[in-house]
Ligand binder design. Structure first.
Ligand code: FAD
Length: 465
């Protein structure tokens, strides 16, 4: 009898297992694939960032090195090597998780986990053999899978998801991306930087629609420079694979149908919770109408000793959100009283420029009727950004009109994925814009743009603009 059994070894599951083991609980983890780490390490965060880094190097070599005074000849992409380096990076990371399981004395069971009853899980291995294990507490961390539209046949050859986009055999000539969200913009950038024409079809009126509107607008400007073509407010009505050609039809706001021809279509309209084969009903675990495991504020399911975390439950589908929930549940089981501030989970898009955001968007503040003031600072005015030729983008700070407390920070620019951490710390400690404005930021750094935006929010006091 284990104290804790975790089903799924993504960032939610493996973190929950480590924290449970740290707290002295006898812990097992079940993973249906041969490698640990889930979507994030195998086909998500890590491989996409590996390819984003490689393609960015190529893009810079092709487009900005000359201005830096570096001349290259015969520059070309070796896609096979690029994908193989990405595979190495994935391997290092998944092996790292295997090591962490061993170090923390967590039993790893490879196979498909399904509930037999509320304390028993059957683990079915690839060869069909199975074993049963029992746990006092069970954590469902089975994650998510790419979503599609009912009329789209994902043939995984020309009509692909993010998983196939991470192991292409050729650079598309014309990649049509359905969905202007994070995954589509990141993977579109990978191939756009290496010469593919990229067309984005998005149903909403802006890119990355869940983020502050200014971010979507700025990102669109930058990606346009990269050659992206946008069809916003377009509803895809059909996708056809004609062998070497794919045809996407979409309807614009006026009801007219447009046709886009390309050689690959990336369907990146979001992800859906994954509970197939889990047999959750056998344990009395309820799903909601969106297919997510229903949980209360302690992340308990309808069976109180069974918890669920990460992409399979409500909330942002992000690795670090899943990790926080993993820790939260392990500590709850151990009798502690943990807390997660969901409003302060940052969101990042690893395009170039990067987009990073935390707290309320301007649209949310308006909707809530909260009086706010806004301060902006463009990277164009940053000495550090001029030095690296990364002048696209800006930092926008939203602060309470009366108290000056920072309510939201939205950044698009160089290295904002890392910069956003300062905003999270500031907001967790309920800093005012003036608090940050009065702190010394090393010069020259991109972080000065955050200080300047805080100065701008504090009585329009930005110094360098
Ligand atoms: C291309 C891409 C890029 C991304 N980039 C980022 C990023 O940069 N930053 C970020 O925060 N997020 C990113 N994400 C999202 C991130 O990957 C997910 O939010 C995160 O992986 C969710 O973690 P999880 O633990 O809930 O589930 P998952 O990582 O999906 O792991 C679930 C695991 O459970 C296993 N499993 C499922 N059912 C069973 C069963 N019955 N028995 C045994 N095992 C089972 C699955 O095989 C899987 O390994 C990206 C996603 C994609 C697709």
């Amino acid at each position: 009898m284990y104290d804790v059994i975790v089903i799924g070894s993504g960032p939610g599951g493996y973190v929950a297992a480590i924290r449970a083991a740290q707290l002295g609980m006898k812990t097992a983890i079940i993973e249906k694939y041969s490698t640990l780490g889930g979507t994030c390490l195998n086909v998500g965060c890590i491989p996409s960032k590996a390819l984003l880094d490689s393609s960015e190097h190529y893009h810079n070599a092709a487009h900005t090195f000359k201005t830096h005074g570096i001349n290259l000849s015969n520059l070309k992409v070796d896609l096979k090597q690029m994908i193989s380096r990405k595979d190495d990076v994935v391997k290092q990371n998944v092996d790292g998780i295997q090591f962490l399981m061993k170090k923390n004395k967590i039993d790893v069971h490879h196979g498909m986990g399904s509930f037999v009853d509320k304390n028993t899980i059957k683990v079915t291995k690839e060869d069909g053999k199975s074993e049963e294990i029992q746990g006092k507490n069970i954590i469902i961390a089975t994650g998510s899978k790419p979503a599609s539209l009912p009329f789209i046949k994902l043939d995984k050859d020309r009509v692909i998801t993010s998983t196939e986009a991470l192991k292409m055999k050729e650079i598309p000539k014309h990649l049509i991306v359905i969905g202007g969200g994070v995954i589509g913009m990141e993977l579109g950038s990978v191939y756009g930087r290496m010469g593919a024409k990229v067309s984005v079809v998005e149903f909403m009126d802006s890119l990355i629609p869940s983020m502050d509107k200014t971010m979507g607008k700025e990102l669109q400007k930058s990606l346009k420079k990269l050659g992206f073509e946008f069809y916003l407010k377009h509803k895809v009505t059909s996708v056809e694979n004609k062998g070497k050609e794919v045809i996407v039809k979409a309807e614009n706001g006026k009801g007219e149908t447009i046709e886009i021809k390309g050689d690959y279509v990336l369907v990146s309209i979001g992800r859906k919770p994954y509970t197939e084969g889990l047999n959750a009903e056998a344990a009395g675990v309820k799903l909601n109408d969106r297919g997510q495991v229903e949980v209360n504020e302690h992340l308990q399911t309808s069976a109180s000793h069974i918890y669920a975390i990460g992409d399979v439950v409500k909330g942002a589908m992000l690795a670090h959100k899943a990790e926080e929930e993993g820790t939260f549940v392990a500590e709850t089981i151990a009798g502690q009283k943990p807390h997660i501030n969901y409003n302060l989970i940052p969101g990042v898009v690893y395009t170039w420029p990067e987009v990073a955001s935390v707290g309320y968007t301007e649209e949310q503040l308006k909707e809530k009727g909260i009086k706010y003031k806004s301060g902006k600072f463009p990277f164009m005015a940053s000495g550090r950004a001029r030095a690296s030729m990364d002048t696209d983008g800006l930092v926008k700070v939203l602060a309470d009109a009366e108290t000056d407390e920072i309510l939201g920070v939205h950044m698009i620019g160089p290295r904002t994925a890392d910069m956003i951490a300062e905003a999270v710390v500031a907001m967790e400690y309920r800093a005012s814009a003036e608090d940050i404005a009065r702190m010394s930021h090393a010069h020259p750094t991109y972080t000065e743009a955050f200080k300047e935006a805080c100065l701008a929010a504090t009585d329009n006091r930005a110094l360098h603009i």
